[in-house]
Design a protein around this ligand. Structure first.
Ligand code: MTE
Length: 331
């Protein structure tokens, strides 16, 4: 993104754990998925099988499988973006501002040990280890569209569970109205932390009822594997109805508050990036239209762009959260 003034009993392995065991598990899972697809269990499993056929490669990362999600809208039937595109075209400014930078630089991110501190207006504040979080609820696979505010989109098979599972465990107080997600900001392993492009740490936030929506995913993996570092390992948010920047990566803190928190892009350029940032083709960014998008890995630079859908196509599921609100004002 550019701004105007500047341009289950599971030990979490790291992305660099390249083991024959992981490779074996990947192959076995791939075979299982192909078998499931061949049984004719519907379009979503077909899409999944296609995706795995496209992305099958010697296992690089440890396997992290999820059962098919039952959450409404969680299994978009669309062609899945190839793994190579999803992992080489990223925004993760802690590792640089070029799309290729995270893929090149994020190997320095240390994802073990990892803890996520939950604090603020909750009855049960706690420090969760990554292992605790991995066991907190069954893993699900969700095929979500993610659209960046810059006008490109991807369709990825994520693995995780609804954020609401964790929220229920910590029991928010009646006064809690917002949830803040704070990313790691470690200048030793993240070369761009300290640069003036954003206020660090990267912070994103939601209204509590948005965070409780079943589509709001706490993500640990994609393509049946643990998250690669450039995609926000070891744990991130995935909010398919909002512009991509709301999905904070490499989260270390979750804070419940009564006041709307300041967020990274809103603080950097509030006239361009609002608090809600719901995908909305009818509300232009001050410097460009948001009515269409380019699908990474499919639509070349000169291809006709595809239409952007209201709430990124998740209107039936999330529209009610914003009933009666002026979406031009609350952009
Ligand atoms: N989280 C952190 N910590 N730092 C970032 O720079 N970029 C955001 C979001 N989460 C970002 C972040 C933006 S602008 C987008 S579009 C998505 O991550 C990109 O996610 P992806 O690389 O999985 O496509």
């Amino acid at each position: 993104m550019l701004i105007q003034t500047r341009t289950h009993g599971f030990v979490h392995p790291t992305s660099s754990d390249i083991t024959p065991q992981a490779a074996y598990q990947n192959r076995r899972q791939l075979m299982q998925r192909i078998a499931a697809g061949a049984a004719g269990t519907g379009m979503a499993s077909w899409a999944t099988r296609e995706a795995f056929a496209q992305t099958a490669r010697p296992g690089k990362l440890a396997a992290l499988a999820g059962g098919k999600s039952a959450v409404a809208g969680a299994m978009t039937v669309e062609k899945i973006t190839p793994y190579a595109d999803a992992t080489s075209y990223n925004n993760f400014y802690e590792f640089g501002t070029d799309k290729a930078d995270p893929g090149h630089n994020a190997h320095t991110l240390k994802t073990t040990p990892w803890t996520v501190e939950v604090e603020g207006l909750v009855k049960k504040p706690a420090k969760y280890t990554l292992e605790d979080l991995l066991k907190l609820s069954p893993m699900e696979e969700r095929i979500y569209r993610l659209r960046c505010v810059e006008g490109w989109s991807m369709v990825l098979p994520w693995v995780g569970y609804s954020m609401s599972e964790l929220i229920k465990k910590v029991e928010p107080l009646g006064s809690a109205k917002y949830v803040e997600f704070v990313s790691l900001a470690d200048p030793k392993t993240m070369p761009f932390v300290g640069s003036r492009v954003l206020d660090w740490p990267y912070v994103e936030a939601l209204r509590l009822d948005e965070a409780m929506h079943p589509l709001a995913l706490l993500g640990f993996g994609m393509y049946g594997e643990v998250l690669p570092n450039q995609s926000g390992a070891p744990v991130r948010m995935v909010l398919p109805w909002k512009y991509g920047f709301k999905s904070g990566k490499s989260i270390v803190k979750i804070r419940f508050t009564d006041k709307q928190p300041g967020t990274a892009w809103n603080k950097a350029a509030s006239q361009e990036y609002g608090f809600y940032s719901n995908v909305n083709p009818e509300v232009d960014h001050p410097r460009w239209s948001q009515a269409s998008e380019r699908r990474i890995g499919e639509d070349g630079l000169f291809a006709k762009k595809r239409k952007t859908l209201m709430f990124n196509g998740y209107e039936a599921q999330v529209g009610q959260l914003y009933a009666g609100m002026d979406l031009k004002k609350n952009f």
